[in-house]
Design a protein around this ligand. Structure first.
Ligand code: C2E
Ligand code: MG
Ligand code: MG
Length: 646
């Protein structure tokens, strides 16, 4: 560091010395020409001419050296000491030549020659004091050699005017040496200050660069794995696509979703989960060296690699999945993960970054449904599915206005009396003569948010119909989705509907699927409270398929639990055990149990034997249109859903 500082200082000195050398050399050339050849024929003229040629030769050589070093110093600062040495030798030789001239030719010199030579020496020394300020030693020596010996010689002369010239010369020499020292000190100081500023500027730049790097990392990198985050990956994929587009080169976008990560997170904790994700990121980096790599979120990673052929891609993904499957030993636990990969190709399947990622995600999702741990390539079936979903979403917008929506009602049967105790409203959509199942359009409406209007329409229609056309003893079950419940104004809208339809709130049973517990665990207790305040009842639908556990039900004030139909179809094996457990819990917590999907008399009998309170299913009735339901009801006497059980 110190060495580098000295070198930089010397480079500046050398540049200063050589930078000022041309005018100095020019003046010296002129002066030596005048003194050697400029006076009328005189004693030792020949010898002076020799001196003159020698001096001109020396100055010429110095001119060449100046030219050479000026160029080289710019490129190689390290050669500054050598350049200074050359300069010093040239300058001191010049000074000695001048000194020699003055002393040697003094004896035969005329008065004008003496006077002019001391003036020339003083002028040269004066110029040197400034021009040589880059090097104190040289500046002082130059003035000293030029003036001091000659002045002393003149002072020793008995002739008064020569004595006077010598005294003035010596005095001038002293002054010039003092000025040269001051000037050199000042220059050295300026150079040191310049370097200090440069260093400070350098440090500042370094700090700014460091901070910029930090900001880049914060905004572009995923802090856990160090991979590109979502935004940065999208950005870099866009740039990559442009590049591939120009070169007409195909690209594969790979969506990697880990299998079994949730289990690690849930059973071993988030710290180990984080370590597992870091290990996955490390392995992906190793395997996909040179590929664009990012973390999409959670346990999802994303890659973009050049596409050569399908077999090559399959080989790559198989190797990748194989490596991810290798167990890793972390904090004494052997962590085992797997991965399913979905791929979409540019330009075959899509041309935009966002679009390709979506398609790769879909392909992964589809592959996960079929068989985990493999590669799923985006295909025509999925493309058709996307087109269909797009069409459905856009047509759903106007479905209510175009009167394509219809409510069917499926009766709920009281187990003891086998009489209708209530009905469940089920939404139907007739699109251009085709019936679209709710399992298809409800999730689409949930994704797009259209479910809010749709759900509102269902509640309005169903409450109106129940109040106007159904016996007051019958309950009305309406399915509501999580998206509806998350809406701030839901409770307010519901109370409006109840007020307008004048339906008794206790007759309305809102069916909420268990998935609500997983998607927004804090929402359910709050919602239950608000619904109870309105007097409305709450039923947990599809019980057993989601995330809630029996123990969780203890803390939730629900009124009914509807056991999912998968358990009813499974009565001979595990279904019976589950239902028995639900019944025991129901007994102690005081809620009623509905079994849905009852398709046979055997199932109905088994469920009655188990003590289930209400039954619903094709065995009793399909979902019916309003007139069909009314016809069915006329044939029997209904029993209220909340009738006391024997
Ligand atoms: P869910 O609420 O569990 O409704 C019961 C589903 O099971 C209905 O299907 C019904 O037709 C069917 N089902 C009834 N008995 C049987 C049986 O014995 N065997 C079989 N295999 N199936 C039976 P659907 O009408 O297709 O409705 C499917 C789902 O769509 C509903 O499941 C519900 O989650 C949702 N859904 C329907 N209407 C609405 C609505 O207005 N709003 C919301 N948010 N979701 C709705
Ligand atoms: Mg339901
Ligand atoms: Mg259900």
């Amino acid at each position: 560091m110190e060495q580098e500082k000295t070198l930089l200082h010397q480079r500046d000195m050398a540049q200063l010395l050589y930078g000022n050398s041309y005018p100095g050399l020019f003046i010296s050339t002129l002066a030596s020409w005048v003194l050697a050849f400029g006076f009328a024929p005189q004693a030792m003229a020949l010898s002076k001419a020799h001196w003159g040629y020698l001096m001109l030769g020396l100055l010429g050589l110095r001119l060449l050296l100046s030219h050479y070093w000026r160029g080289r110093l710019k490129l190689e600062p390290a050669c500054a000491p050598c350049a200074i040495r050359h300069f010093a030798i040239g300058l001191l030789l010049t000074a000695l030549m001048w000194c020699f001239f003055c002393l040697y030719y003094y004896p035969g010199a005329s008065q004008p020659q003496l006077t002019s030579s001391i003036i020339v020496m003083a002028a040269l020394a004066g110029g040197g004091a400034n021009v040589l300020s880059g090097h104190k030693g040289l500046a002082l020596s130059y003035a000293f050699i030029l003036l001091c010996p000659y002045s002393l010689l003149l002072m020793r002369s008995p002739l008064p005017h020569e004595h006077l010239l010598g005294s003035i010369g010596l005095f001038f020499c002293g002054i010039l040496m003092y000025t040269a020292k001051q000037s050199a000190d000042f220059t050295a100081n300026a150079i040191a200050l310049k370097h200090q500023h440069e260093r400070l500027l350098g440090e500042l730049e370094e700090k700014v660069a460091h901070r910029t790097r930090e900001i880049y990392l914060l905004s572009n990198r995923d802090p856990l794995t160090g991979l590109l985050n979502r935004g940065a990956f999208l950005e870099s994929l866009r740039a990559l696509l442009q590049w591939h587009n120009v070169r007409q080169a195909p690209l594969a976008v790979l969506f990697v979703d880990l299998d079994g990560f949730k289990k690690i997170n849930d059973t071993l904790g988030h710290d180990l989960g984080d370590l597992a994700l870091q290990e996955v990121a490390k392995r992906l980096r190793e395997q996909a060296d040179g590929a664009q790599l990012g973390r999409w979120g959670g346990d999802e990673f994303i890659l973009a690699i050049p596409y050569v052929s399908l077999p090559a891609l399959e080989q790559f993904v198989t190797r990748l999945i194989g490596r991810l499957k290798d167990p890793s030993l972390t904090q004494g636990h052997s962590l085992k993960l797997g991965a399913t990969v979905g791929t979409a190709l540019f330009p075959e399947h899509g041309v935009t970054a966002q679009g390709l990622i979506q398609l790769a995600d879909m392909a992964m999702y589809e592959q996960k449904r079929q068989a985990r741990g493999r590669l799923g390539l985006f295909n025509d079936v999925l493309a058709e599915q996307i087109r269909r979903e797009h069409r459905l979403r856009s047509r759903l917008e106007e479905a209510a206005v175009r009167q394509e929506l219809l409510l069917n009602y499926q009766p709920l049967i009281a187990a003891r009396s086998e009489q209708v105790a209530g009905v469940e409203a089920l939404l139907r959509w007739q699109l251009d003569g085709e019936e679209i199942p709710p399992d298809v359009f409800i999730p689409l409406a949930e994704q797009s948010g259209q479910i809010r209007h749709l759900g509102h329409w269902v509640l309005q229609q169903a409450c109106d119909f129940a109040q106007r056309r159904l016996p007051q003893t019958l309950s009305l079950s309406v399915n509501v989705s999580v998206v509806q419940l998350q809406e701030e104004s839901f409770m307010e809208r519901l109370s409006h509907i109840l007020a307008n339809s004048r339906l008794a709130p206790a007759r309305l049973h809102l069916e909420i699927t268990e998935s609500l517990l997983a998607s927004d665990p804090a929402l359910l207790p709050r919602t239950l409270n608000q619904l109870h305040n309105l007097g409305v009842r709450v039923c947990i639908d599809d019980f057993g398929t989601g995330y809630s556990s029996l123990s969780m039900m203890q803390h939730l004030a629900v009124d009914l639990v509807k056991i999912d139909r998968s358990f009813i179809g499974n009565l001979e094996s595990s279904g019976r055990v589950i239902i028995r457990a639900v019944m025991q819990m129901a007994d102690s917590l005081g809620y009623q149990v509905v079994a849905e999907g009852v398709e046979s008399s055997a199932q109905a009998q088994a469920l009655k034997d188990l003590g289930v309170h209400y039954l619903q299913g094709f065995y009793y009735a399909q979902p019916l249109t309003e007139p069909c339901l009314l016809a069915l009801l006329q044939a029997q006497t209904p029993e209220p859903l909340d009738a006391p059980l024997a």
